[in-house]
Design a protein around this ligand. Structure first.
Ligand code: CUK
Ligand code: CUA
Length: 620
């Protein structure tokens, strides 16, 4: 009887499974591919990505927020969203873009388009100090990984129009690269007719100099190029250290309907830039000062720039961890092209050229190419593992292909949902990638989440690459627009939890409520304000209509997580001050009346009591 009832329940289970499968995506996950021990692949996947309450992820992932202008921080493998770092756009959650300091950094622009996060490197490995990100509006920003805050925005850089190929970093963070996606006359103030595009419009490749001690960026030097649309870049490493590579489309120099005019040629180019030689030439005073930056013309400084033909309208260009191979992904074809760095150097030495573009030598394709790897349709970007494997995203095929460097054999494919752009491997851009995890950053997600209306999230999918076969283990959903991300070992990042009092040298900081108060100099009013649980001191600030008011807010807490805010009703003022920090906000008191201010961050049981009044006395 016992065994019979077992058979009955087994039959019921089978029927339930069949019904559930038939119900498609509405059904709970059905255990496919059971393993010998009775543990399904889904259970194995769930266990791999599961980070128990209170446990920490092994990696940080820094993902670009595209035209949200922000950077998103995730934990890997949980794919939990940990924080948002505002960079090129105001973010009221942290008061970014409202205080004087961050407002000055934004420089009047309220949006940016972040594409490529680039972690600082020492000896070709991520060193956990800074994160650089590009903005298409010709800017680059530095985020300090000590406090996850944007510390510098450089630009718009002169002469550059549309910086897409940033913020790729050299192996010792000497330079961050930029390149113009949209060629334009140089200097930018020349309004030349589009009919003269081919000869009078110019591309620019820029090397932004980074101070190795402070991370402070300065404009560095630039290289004048033909009017191609520069797309991506990557710095050489180890054997190819000193070089950087830039892909382009529109070597046709087309205008108008680019999808036709810029897709004529079978091959466009990847530019090889000898940046160490170029830096020497710039330091020696070669080239011309244009818009305040030294610009080198490669026709007049031979040896700094060469063109490698690459089919067809290449998008990503990625250098292998050993620096020997340069992978160029022609997005309009079914293969990705691998160039051999040594062969490139030999071809340059032997002057194995097939022509030139505006005086820049074009290298002979057959002499520098190692392989055309048949990865699949629409290859965009390539990442690497520790074991000689490469992973290429396929936009058209909506998949990732795994292939071997050297044998060029494609060994595995995993479908992505849907239309993958970039992909990011753990420590994937270093000289020693970790393997383990790969994240596909997809452009579409339709149908894989609860409906949120027409503005759908993008999707990021976690792939386990620790075995021979790649395994999709998790779907996460992200804010638009996930272009690139980088994944760094968590133990490389050393954060602070409060700003130490002894490091606060702000001239308007006050550390005692008895030093807080309002002072006046003509129509300029300075209010030194102390924020501490659960009072804003002073609780009344009195000014006259028309006064220029400078409020300096010091959060004198020295304990973790004790943030205070300063929201001023009707004045569009919203500041958040971290423990130990001082921020200022300056505004014209143009509206008469009484306006409440209050703490915006729930900080204690008496948080609601943390409030005060700005009294603006009307003009006589
Ligand atoms: S890009 Cu978006 S998928 Cu801006 Cu690096 Cu390739
Ligand atoms: Cu301080 Cu709420």
């Amino acid at each position: 009887m016992r065994s019979k009832s077992w058979i009955t329940s087994a039959a019921v289970f089978v029927i339930i499974v069949i019904i559930a499968s038939a119900a498609g995506r509405c059904a709970p996950s059905t255990p496919k591919g059971r393993k010998a021990g009775g543990v399904s692949d889904i259970a194995v996947a769930a266990q791999k990505t599961y980070v128990a309450p209170g446990d920490l992820d092994e990696y940080y992932m820094f993902a670009s927020g595209g035209h949200s202008g922000q950077v998103y921080v995730y934990g890997v493998p949980s794919m939990r969203h940990l924080s948002t770092i505002p960079v090129f756009a105001p973010y009221s959650a942290t008061g970014y873009g409202y205080d004087d300091e961050s407002k000055a950094m934004l420089g009047g622009l309220t949006w940016g388009d972040v594409h490529h996060p680039s972690l600082s490197e020492t000896g070709g490995d991520y060193d956990g100090r800074w994160l650089f990100v590009n903005d298409i509006n010709g800017r680059v920003a530095r985020i300090d990984l000590r406090d996850f805050k944007t510390k510098q925005i450089l630009g718009p850089i002169p002469n550059i129009s549309g910086n897409h190929a940033g913020a790729f970093i050299t192996p010792n963070s000497e330079y961050s690269f930029m390149a113009s996606r949209f060629s334009a006359p140089v200097p930018r103030t020349n309004a030349v007719s589009i009919d003269q595009y081919a000869s009078q419009y110019k591309g620019i490749i820029a090397a932004i100099a980074i101070d190795p001690k402070t991370g402070q960026m300065s404009p560095g030097f630039q290289i004048l190029t033909p009017p191609f649309d520069w797309d991506l870049s990557d710095a050489g490493k180890l054997v190819s250290d000193g070089w950087a590579f830039f892909s382009c489309y529109n070597s046709e120099r087309g205008t108008g309907k680019l999808e036709v005019t810029a897709s004529q040629r079978d091959r466009d180019y990847i530019a090889a830039i000898n940046w160490k030689e170029a830096a020497k030439a710039a330091a020696a005073g070669q080239g011309d000062m244009i818009g305040g930056v030294r610009v080198l013309d490669p026709k007049k400084v031979p040896g700094i720039m060469f063109l490698m033909p690459c089919g067809k309208s290449p998008h990503g260009v990625d250098v292998s961890p050993d620096g020997k191979y340069i992978v160029g992904s022609g997005k309009l074809q079914g293969v990705t092209t691998v160039f051999n760095f040594e062969k490139m150097i030999t071809a340059i030495r032997n002057k194995n050229f097939t022509g030139q573009e505006d005086g820049i030598p074009v290298l002979k394709y057959e002499a520098i190419k190692d392989a055309e790897v048949a990865v699949g349709l629409g290859p965009l970007h390539t990442q690497f593992g520790p074991d000689g494997y490469a992973y290429t995203s396929l936009f058209v095929d909506s998949a990732i292909a795994k292939w071997k460097l050297g044998t060029w054999e494609v060994v595995d494919k995993v479908p992505m949902s849907y239309s993958i752009g970039h992909l990011a491997a753990a420590e994937g851009d270093t000289v020693s990638p970790d393997g383990k995890w790969l994240v596909g950053l997809n452009k579409l997600s339709h149908g894989r989440h609860l409906s949120v209306g027409p503005s759908q999230p993008e999707s990021s999918q976690l792939v386990d690459i620790s075995d021979e076969k790649m395994k999709l283990v998790y779907d996460a959903f992200t804010e638009p627009e996930p272009h690139y991300a980088q994944i760094i070992k968590a133990d490389k990042i050393h954060t602070i939890e409060v700003y130490p009092k002894e490091e606060n040298h702000h001239p308007l900081a006050v550390w005692d409520v008895k030093d807080a108060g309002v002072t006046r100099n003509g129509t300029n009013v300075t209010a030194k304000v102390v924020l501490v649980r659960s009072t804003i001191t002073p609780s009344v600030i009195e000014v006259n209509q028309g006064d220029l008011v400078n409020v300096a807010l010091t959060n004198i807490e020295q304990s973790t997580d004790e943030l205070h805010g300063f929201g001023l009703i009707d004045y569009n003022i919203n500041i958040v001050v971290d423990p130990g920090e001082t921020k200022t906000v300056t505004f014209r008191a143009d509206k008469p009346g009484v306006f409440a201010y209050y703490c915006t961050n729930f900080c204690s049981a008496l948080h609601q009591e943390m409030q005060g009044y700005l009294i603006v006395k009307p003009r006589g």
